[in-house]
Design a protein around this ligand. Structure first.
Ligand code: PGA
Length: 250
């Protein structure tokens, strides 16, 4: 049995005061849940406040990104050890917005994944296809290629610190959700691909869905075999919606 994971990706939203307020509401409403891993990812500037609030709860905190080098002349970057220092347990890596707007490649995602795991973080590695790739029939090739490059030289012992987020790009922030069957199909393909290398790891690894998950579609998505929770964007900014989604997973 895999434990579900719900991660709220707050993206570029919320001042420290707003993030603090949201974290306080979440810790009081779902801060004792153990049957689901609950993670929130605020902006870097709010990490210190949010990790402090969440420390007394079961809610864990993620960075939204990290650099692949631990320290040095990399202006504007934040490294994996610094996220640990700020109290994070997780980091989101290779989100499609990073790939699309900041030119992140699969190889860069791989380097960051190594850096994150080496620092002791759980890496939530994102992958997914565009609508054109889906419609042209390349989807499975694209996804397995993203997976194989992103996980290059990640060894079996490190996979306990790994979560895969399947996020079809056409469903992110668009209000269009993959149907439960579409999500199930890709999650199954990801797990089968991983099973080629190690059947036990494939069975234990959390694979979460992302793309316009809302309270009214969460149940149907979570009911699918191989879907172990969600990476939630827009709906994670609203405490009522996020609480409902977390409760749907448990
Ligand atoms: P969304 O974002 O829920 O707003 O579609 C998901 C994500 O980007 O992780």
């Amino acid at each position: 049995m895999r434990k579900p994971l719900i991660a709220g990706n707050w993206k570029l939203n919320n001042t420290i005061a707003e993030a603090t307020q949201l974290a306080e509401t979440l810790t009081s409403e779902i801060g004792t849940i153990n049957c689901t891993d609950i993670v929130v990812a605020p902006v870097f500037t709010a990490l210190a406040s949010v990790t402090q609030i969440c420390a007394s709860s079961t809610i864990q905190v993620a960075g939204q990104n990290c650099h692949c080098v631990d320290s040095g002349a990399f202006t504007g970057e934040v490294s994996a050890p610094l996220l640990v220092d700020a109290g994070c347990s997780h980091v989101i890596i290779g989100h499609s917005e990073r790939r699309q707007y900041f030119g992140e490649t699969d190889n860069f995602v791989n380097a960051k994944t190594h850096a994150a795991i080496n620092a002791g973080l759980t890496a939530i590695v994102c992958l997914g296809e565009t609508l054109e790739q889906r419609e042209s029939g390349e989807m499975f090739d694209i996804i397995t290629n993203q997976l194989s490059v992103a996980l290059n030289e990640i060894i079996a012992e490190q996979t306990g610190k790994l979560v895969i987020a399947y996020e079809p790009i056409w469903a992110i922030g668009t209000g269009k959700t993959a149907t439960p069957e579409q999500a199930k199909e890709v999650h199954k393909a990801i797990r089968e691909y991983l099973a080629r290398f190690d059947a036990d790891i494939a069975q234990t690894l959390q694979i979460v869905y992302g793309g316009s998950v809302k309270p009214d579609n969460a149940d149907a998505i979570f009911a699918q075999l191989d879907v172990d929770g969600a990476l939630v964007g827009g709906a994670s900014l609203n405490s009522n919606d996020f609480v409902k989604i977390c409760n749907a997973a448990g």
